[in-house]
Structure formats: C-alpha cells, structure tokens
Ligand binder design. Structure first.
Ligand SMILES: [Zn+2]
Length: 69
C-alpha cells in the first residue's frame, strides 16, 4: 500500500471525474479510459472488468476454464 492519496479524503466524485471522454485499447488485454477531468493513468484488464460484471455472459466468461463445461 502506498501513502494516502487525494482520493483518501474524497467522499464524492464530480461529474468530470466519472464521465469518460474516450477510451483506448491497450494491447489485447485491457483498456485505458480518459476521464473528463483529464486523468488517464488507469489501465483496466478485460478479465478484471469481466469479473466485476454480474451479467450472465460475463459470469460464464470469467469462470476458470476447467469449470466452464
Ligand atoms: Zn457483462
């Protein structure tokens, strides 16, 4: 864990911080969102994003390969 950052004291995000202005593919494994407040330092793996989604398609896709039968 690093030092507490500016988000440590943040209880609410502004619309600029949560609205995506564009998104770019990172290799074959992830995406980098560009937020309206100008930050773009996060890269999110597609597998991670799948694991956050609770829809049927993603639930099936994020199961370990051996459990998919
Ligand atoms: Zn989904």
């Amino acid at each position: 864990m690093g030092r507490p950052g500016k988000m440590a004291d943040t209880t609410e995000l502004t619309p600029e911080q949560v609205n995506m202005s564009q998104v770019e593919a990172v290799g074959l494994f992830g995406i980098r969102p560009y937020w309206q407040d100008g930050h773009n330092t996060g890269i999110f793996g597609l597998r991670y994003l799948r694991s956050l989604c609770s829809c049927e398609e993603c639930a099936a896709a994020s199961l370990p390969h051996t459990a998919r039968t």
